[in-house]
Design a protein around this ligand. Structure first.
Ligand code: DON
Length: 331
């Protein structure tokens, strides 16, 4: 079954890495039965819980793709990384960090308990719903489409095509958004929002409904791993400082109240979404032995069966295994 990498050397081919990853995906696919697809957004319930797939794109051009690789899915919370990046690019880092903190909340992604109990001056971080809705309110633009455009343009710069919004998911999300509306009204009451609440929420639901594939997430991860520069063209797509803050947030807050465990056992900046996607950025690392992807890589995972924190259950286990086998941890 799963083998080690004792005999790794740089002469080995892409196919050789591929055969390992194929074995690991087949093994961890069995773990999907330990989780459940998200149901609080009704359309997400239609996903096939058995699905599992991964794409790894190295800075050196090596691409490994395994499992269910052609299934499009919505970004959901992974979009929070993009909206924060766009906010920083539009308004500047200082402006954003004055209005949203960078501390792990240690609570569920849709909780506002700390906001109310601790009477904080700003939401804990941009990756929980309260922080992300605040970030979306800070984006330039008077309409949801104006606010969304730079997010789609940033994605187009990274992916080479402009992703679409899945209208069915958007409508399902909008029509089942009681919790996010409650969060929104609370944020409005305490004065954290800088745009109209309805436009902010409409933008937030649309950004969560942007449709991508594992390959797209791997490419975004690879550019983040490379501090915002596209390694193919040397073009700076995201300012280095912003890419670094995004990775720090992913590491400390990206898997919500499982972020500490993920940092400990996987050790890679990553962001999950309730559709089952995970975006991971593996920065270059220095090791004495020859290991795969020492120059860094981006990883996209799709596995819609979730654990009780809202993270892909088999996806996390697969990432943990690969990180251990290939020593991907940044620590
Ligand atoms: O706002 C929500 O609840 C969803 N659109 C996104 C939540 C999410 O993806 C949490 N991630 N694990």
């Amino acid at each position: 079954m799963v083998q080690g990498i004792a005999n790794w050397n740089t002469e080995q081919t892409e196919e050789w890495l591929q055969s390992y990853v194929d074995d690991w995906v087949a093994f961890y696919r069995k773990h999907t039965t330990d989780g459940e697809v998200a149901s609080y957004i009704p359309v997400l319930q239609e996903a096939d819980p058995d699905n599992l797939g991964i794409t790894i794109i190295g800075k050196n051009g090596i691409t490994i793709r395994s499992g269910d690789d052609s299934i499009p899915f919505t970004m959901q919370s992974i979009s929070k990384v993009l909206s924060f990046i766009v906010g920083c690019m539009e308004r500047g880092v200082a402006y954003m960090l004055d209005r949203v903190d960078v501390e792990p909340a240690g609570e569920a992604f849709n909780s506002i308990i700390h906001l109310e109990m601790k009477q904080v001056k700003k939401p804990f971080n941009p990756l929980i719903n309260a922080g992300a809705i605040t970030v979306t309110s800070l984006l330039e633009g008077k309409t949801s489409d104006e606010k969304l455009k730079p997010i789609l343009e940033l994605l187009e710069d990274m992916l080479g095509y402009r992703p679409a919004i899945n209208v069915e998911v958007y409508e399902s999300e909008r029509d089942s958004s009681m919790r996010n509306r409650a969060i929104g009204y609370y944020l409005l009451e305490v004065g954290f929002l800088e745009s109209d609440l309805n436009i902010t929420l409409e933008t937030y639901f649309k950004q969560c409904s942007i449709e991508v594939t594992m390959d797209d997430l791997a490419r975004i991860g690879m550019i983040l791993a490379n501090d915002g520069e596209d390694p193919d063209t040397q073009e700076e797509i995201i300012p280095r400082q912003v890419a670094r803050i995004a990775k720090a947030l992913m590491l400390t807050c990206g898997m919500y109240d499982a972020s500490g465990k993920f940092a400990t056992y996987v050790g890679i900046p990553a962001k999950s979404g309730v559709s089952g996607g995970i975006l991971a950025a593996v920065p270059p690392r220095v090791r004495e032995e020859e290991l795969p992807f020492l120059d860094g890589c981006g990883i996209g995972v799709y596995g819609p069966a979730l654990d009780d924190k809202g993270n892909s259950i088999a996806g996390i286990r697969l990432l943990r295994h690969i990180a251990k086998q290939w020593d991907l941890s940044i620590f």
